[in-house]
Design a protein around this ligand. Sequence first.
Ligand code: NI
Length: 182
Amino acid sequence: MAILKIARMGHAVLRKAADPVDDPTSPSLRGLVADMLETLADAGGVGLAAPQVHVPLRLMIFFVPESRIELPEDPEDSAQDMTVLVNPGYEPLTEETSLGWEACLSVPGLTGAVPRYTRIRYWGYGLDGARIERRASGFHARVFQHEYDHLDGVLYPQRLDDPSLFGFAEEIRRDPPSLRPA
Ligand code: NI
């Protein structure tokens, strides 16, 4: 296992669409995921997409900690164990979006308020080749959409609908601007 170098905003690998994985069960993919898990644990984020470690493949890892749940009464915004998704896809289940603060290991030190669909259905394949399909809302839906964007060469600053809601996390945390309600 190894801690991998994380590409930062501006690097070409973060600007292009990633390629589908041929075989989700291949040993080389398993090795890459092990390194991504170690890299994410070291960096302290909730998700990481393969292009962020300079590998242009449609592969992401993420989890939802209990502390990030936005809608505790909603079973689709629940804590999720570390999830590995190969060749993922999704569809929104509503046109409704909400604004939430996001950060990204490829955009260190910054945070921005980004609109995301509040309810989605997503799918993909695990490393055992089995199909995974879930409904997600709240933070669970947000983290999926953030990681999925990486596979299409999109970083969250490109999704800002109000560029004034973007800045250094250290400054914004002192006195966060209020966001429109969901
Ligand atoms: Ni990111």
